[in-house]
Design a protein around this ligand. Structure first.
Ligand code: RNT
Ligand code: ZN
Length: 411
């Protein structure tokens, strides 16, 4: 790293080595589903639930072996601590009906994670299923449908407990359902009452809270369910607060002019921990690959200035099938890391002080000054220390992997 870089930051009271040290400890949960367009290993159901992966770039992973090979490739180019985020449709062993999953179905994932010193997070898969009627699951009018998904969720929490026990670190079990309606509902309250009752049933299972955090993820709308989402933000934020679980914020699940970053400081006052799916919304889609844009930076800034890194689960959530999928995972993850590094290289104390002294001119001037500081020099140092290639390097390496591995898959 150049001497001037260190000095420039020092002048603002920032120690670049401390920033790197802090960043090295932050865990990012990499979503396995970017590598196969949310297909999973069950091999029968199409992707439904108002989400869509568009494109048919070559080399989609088709099974456990291919997916883990792609993950290994991606892991080489992502600095920092990592977890892998799994969905119930990625059973690695002894495939069973989704409702009946247990630790037995995820043994090879645990071995994979152990060997690489990774953590594992988990999600029940409540979409792409013939067990949903009229797009409804935990809020269905049909008792047997609700019971099916309640069992699936309880078993998913047990899988998370298994992950945490084996890997000696907490596991997040996040529940997202697509339930909603295309047109303006006749009854908004009924489905929400049923969803509430279903969640109450799930939480009757007394999971080990030292091992697992359970979260519920809201959404504003999905494709085909544009008018009403049962699990709205207000619904889940209230439910989570009252029931001592977490309310996961997916950064792609809000109205376009709403700032997700702005919610963080409020929620931190009422929740022990926060959980995120970091994503990028573009018009109707909530799942584009992360760019290093202002929205992402705002989220990273809040997490750092509110000292919330240790209290947050940071997971990624996007799926692009139109570009090299391994590169997509790497680009998004590196952007998350870059945003966090930039946030760690910001003189929050000085900024706060200026605000508290009513010196808003200083705040604005400093905020703008920060934008041109040489953070990329620190980023390169961080990558070197982590043994990870720079921008040009990883791109060329993944192109090679594309020629040697992905293009041979014949899909
Ligand atoms: C969908 C939600 C959900 C999924 C994944 C696959 O809008 O964001 O989290 O993307 O669970
Ligand atoms: Zn999500």
């Amino acid at each position: 790293m150049r001497k001037e870089t260190k000095l420039k930051y020092q002048e603002l009271g920032i120690n670049v080595n401390e920033a790197i040290k802090t960043l090295k400890k932050v865990k990012i949960s990499l979503h396995c589903w970017q590598l196969d367009d949310v297909s999973g290993f069950e091999g029968k159901e199409l992707l439904t639930g108002g989400i869509q992966a568009t494109g048919n770039y070559l080399g989609k992973a088709r099974n456990f072996e291919e997916l883990t090979a792609d993950l290994d490739e991606a892991l080489k180019y992502i600095p920092g601590k990592k977890k892998i985020n799994l969905h119930a449709i990625y059973q690695s062993d002894a495939l069973v009906d989704r409702r009946d999953i247990s630790r037995r179905q995820f043994k090879r994932w645990v071995d994979f994670a152990k060997e690489r010193k990774l953590g594992l997070d988990f999600n029940p898969t409540i979409f792409s299923s013939s067990k949903m009627v009229d797009g409804m699951s935990l809020s269905s009018i049909d008792d047997s449908i609700r019971e099916y998904w309640i069992m699936h969720c309880i078993n998913s929490i047990k899988v998370s407990e298994y992950f945490a026990q084996e890997l000696k670190q907490k596991s997040l079990c996040n529940i997202w359902i697509p339930d909603g309606l295309k047109e303006c509902p006749a009854d908004r309250e009924g489905p929400r009452k049923r969803l509430k009752a279903s969640l109450d049933e799930i939480l009757k299972y007394k999971y080990n809270r030292r091992l697992v955090d359970v979260a519920v993820e809201s959404k504003v709308f999905g494709i085909g369910v544009e008018s009403y989402t049962v699990g709205s933000h207000e619904f889940y934020m209230n439910y989570a607060a009252k029931n001592n679980i977490l309310c996961l914020l997916d950064t792609g699940h809000f109205h376009p002019t709403e700032s997700v970053a702005d919610k963080i400081s409020s929620m931190l006052l009422f929740y022990p921990r926060l959980a995120f799916h970091v994503s990028r919304p573009v018009r109707w889609d909530s799942d584009h690959v992360l760019k290093l844009n202002d929205d992402l930076q705002d989220v990273a800034d809040e997490l750092v200035k509110c000292h919330a890194l240790e209290r947050s689960y940071i997971g990624l959530d996007y799926f692009d099938a139109s570009i090299n999928r391994v590169a997509a995972l790497v680009i998004g993850a590196r952007n998350m890391e870059k945003a966090l590094l930039k946030a760690l290289l910001t003189p929050w104390n000085q900024l706060k002080e200026a605000q508290d002294k009513y010196d808003h001119t200083r705040v604005l001037a400093l905020q703008e000054e920060i934008k041109t500081l040489p953070w990329t020099d620190v980023w390169e140092q961080y990558c070197r220390e982590e043994g990870v290639l720079d921008e040009k390097g990883w791109y060329e390496a993944i192109k090679k992997y594309e020629t040697q591995v992905l293009s041979k898959r014949g899909n």
